[in-house]
Design a protein. Structure first.
Length: 277
C-alpha cells in the first residue's frame, strides 16, 4: 500500500480564520501520521509562523511552503539536497520567487503615488493586531519574498494595477482571507509540484501520485485545480476558489474551519478505503 501526500492551507482551512483554533484536527492529524501519510503545509504565512506550527503539530519531518509558494523548505533529516536548494540550519531552502520582500516594498512604495492601498508592513502594530487578531505580529511581517497590501481603491484601478505588476515586475497578486499578497510569479501549485516530485524522486514508489489538497480562498485555486482530489473548505466570506468547469472529485465542506477540515478528511478516508487514517 502506498502512502498519500496531503497538502493543506492553514488560515480558514486547517485553522479557524478568526481565532486560529484547531478543533479536533490535532487528533485527525495524529491518526493520519500513524498510517505514514504526509501532511504538507502550503500557506501564505511566513517561515517563522509555519515552522512554529509544524513543530506544534509533529510535522517537523515534512516539507512545507510559505508565502503562497514563494519559498519551499525541506527538512535535512529526511531529504537529500534538492536541485537549486540552499543550505539552512535545519532545512534545505528554495526560493521560487525571483524578487525579495525588500524589492517589492521599494516598488510598491512608488506605486502608492498612483493608487490607493496600504502596505501592511508600514501600518502601526495596533492596526495590524486589530486586522489579524494576532498577539505577536512580528513573525507575520518577517517575509522573505513577498509583501502584503490592503486595497483601498476601486476595482477598475485594481485591474490596471494588477496588469502593471505583471508587465513591469512579472508579479502576481494572490488574494487570501485578509490581505493581498504580491510576489514574483509563483503560486501554491508550483510549490506543490516541486514538493511532490521531490518525494517521488527521492522515495520512488513509496508515495501515491494521487494527491489530496485542502484550501478555502482564491489563493488556493491553482493548487486545488492541480490535484485529483481537491477539498474546498467553506469560509466566512463565502467567496470560494473557482475551479475549472470540468474538475471532478471536488469535496465541499458544510462547515467552516476547523470542523470543515475534519469533514473533508473523513470524506477522503471513506473514498480511499480507510487508508488515510
Amino acid at each position: 500500500m502506498k502512502n498519500y501526500l496531503i497538502f493543506t492551507d492553514l488560515d480558514g482551512t486547517l485553522l479557524n480564520h478568526e481565532n486560529y483554533s484547531l478543533g479536533n484536527n490535532r487528533i485527525v492529524i495524529n491518526k493520519i501520521l500513524k498510517k505514514s501519510n504526509q501532511i504538507i503545509i502550503n500557506s501564505s504565512k511566513t517561515f517563522i509562523e509555519v515552522s512554529k506550527i509544524v513543530k506544534e503539530l509533529n510535522l517537523s519531518l515534512m516539507p512545507f511552503s510559505t508565502e503562497n509558494g514563494a519559498m519551499v523548505f525541506f527538512p535535512k533529516k529526511i531529504f537529500k539536497k534538492p536541485p537549486k536548494a540552499i543550505s539552512g540550519n535545519k532545512y534545505w531552502k528554495i526560493r521560487l520567487a525571483r524578487l525579495s520582500s525588500q524589492s517589492w516594498h521599494h516598488y510598491l512604495s512608488k506605486k502608492k503615488q498612483t493608487y490607493l492601498f496600504d502596505i501592511v508592513q508600514d501600518l502601526s502594530l495596533k492596526n495590524i493586531k486589530s486586522l489579524t487578531n494576532l498577539k505577536d505580529i512580528k513573525p507575520m511581517l518577517s517575509r522573505m519574498a513577498s509583501q502584503l497590501i490592503i486595497w483601498r481603491d476601486n476595482y477598475n484601478n485594481f485591474k490596471k494595477f494588477r496588469k502593471e505588476v505583471k508587465d513591469e515586475m512579472d508579479g502576481d497578486l494572490n488574494k487570501g482571507g485578509r490581505f493581498i499578497q504580491i510576489s514574483s510569479s509563483c503560486n501554491k501549485r508550483i510549490s506543490l509540484n516541486l514538493i511532490s516530485h521531490t518525494y517521488f524522486d527521492q522515495f520512488h514508489d513509496k508515495y501515491s501520485k494521487t494527491i489530496i489538497a485542502l484550501g478555502d480562498s482564491m489563493n488556493d485555486k491553482e493548487m486545488l485545480n492541480y490535484v485529483k482530489y481537491p477539498c474546498i473548505i467553506k469560509n466566512i466570506s463565502n467567496v470560494m476558489p473557482i475551479l475549472n468547469k470540468n474538475k471532478k472529485n471536488i469535496f465541499w465542506s458544510k462547515s467552516i474551519a476547523p470542523k470543515g477540515w475534519e469533514e473533508a478528511l473523513i470524506s477522503m478516508n471513506n473514498s480511499f478505503y480507510k487508508e488515510i487514517y
